[in-house]
Design a protein. Structure first.
Length: 274
């Protein structure tokens, strides 16, 4: 069982990298990728835990990119964590995540009992901060029941508190990952159905820039969206992955609920020169 998309407390998952790997071993995974948002800070701890527990660790990241108002997530496997351009860009995104969250909290604090300090209390030094941490502070304050509740009520872009994150374009993201030696796979491209996947011409620009695959099997891709992605991947020779996007207790997604085939995993490794 190969699961190539998970989050630890380095970003918005709820388990430490070591605990996440232990959960992966318990769930019966043979291979697990850690793909924290815009950070590689969990790799060393996860790799050590995986070596100890005898499962294969794949170093990854979920890079934030933006296409107009659309937030587009790009999975990157085996990028060089010391690549200067990648380090600079992810530092910039994580810094922007902090100031953006502070802006959102300032707006929220007019209507709800929540302060920036309350949000920081939900993070550790260096955490790649996101809306889920604001959600956790709202749960702690007794305002909402769950992260899902917070996203539904006040964290979605139309609720009036939202602020976008600085992020490179998807094409620049694909180039950045490739130049760092990584293998780029577009994360959950069809969460809003087949009509809201990035348009085919732009997807082709991503393919030209070096996109390797599409994450097709993901619980949030709609069924008609998956059908479209399968057609598109087949016609362009793109790999198709499946993964859980596990966030620990932060989301219902369970480890191994979607998996990637050994053949596709081997192709990803080969593309990374592993
Ligand atoms: P941000 O990085 O601040 O844009 O927040 C996006 C993150 O929030 C993604 O990683 C999602 O996994 C997470 N997220 C989005 N919707 C929900 C939800 N309904 N419940 C829990 N987490 C969510
Ligand atoms: Zn996340
Ligand atoms: Fe994502
Ligand atoms: Fe994710």
């Amino acid at each position: 069982m190969i699961d190539l998309h998970t989050h630890s407390s380095v970003s918005d998952g709820t388990e430490s990298p070591a605990d996440l790997i232990a959960s992966a071993a318990r769930a019966g995974l043979d291979v697990v990728a850690l793909t924290d948002h815009d950070s590689t800070a969990g790799w060393a701890e996860a790799a050590a835990a995986a070596a100890f527990l005898g499962i294969e660790f794949v170093p990854g990241m979920e890079l934030s990119t933006r296409f107009g108002v659309k937030s587009v997530h790009l999975l990157a496997y085996y990028p060089d964590p010391l690549n200067e351009a990648l380090v600079d860009e992810t530092d910039r995104i994580r810094q922007a995540r902090l100031t953006r969250a502070e802006t959102m909290v300032a707006r929220l604090s007019e209507d709800f009992p929540i302060s920036w300090h309350d949000v920081l209390a939900q993070t550790q030094p260096g955490t790649s901060v996101g809306r889920p941490h604001i959600a956790d502070a709202l749960i702690e304050a007794g305002v909402v029941e769950s992260r899902a509740d917070a996203f539904e009520r006040m964290l979605h872009p139309q609720a009036g508190y939202y602020e976008p994150i600085y992020a490179p374009s998807p094409v620049d993201g694909v180039r950045l990952v490739r130049l760092a030696g990584g293998v780029p796979v577009l994360a959950h491209p069809a969460t809003r159905g087949r009509d809201n996947v990035l348009d085919a011409r732009y997807l082709d620009a991503l393919v030209d820039a070096g996109l390797f695959g599409l994450e097709v099997e993901h619980r949030e891709n709609t069924e008609d969206g998956k059908a479209y992605l399968r057609e598109f991947a087949a016609s362009r020779g793109l790999a198709m992955t499946g993964s859980s996007d596990y966030h620990g207790a932060g989301k219902p997604n369970r480890l191994g609920e979607n998996v990637t085939s050994p053949e596709v995993f081997a192709a990803i490794r080969a593309a990374a020169g592993i």
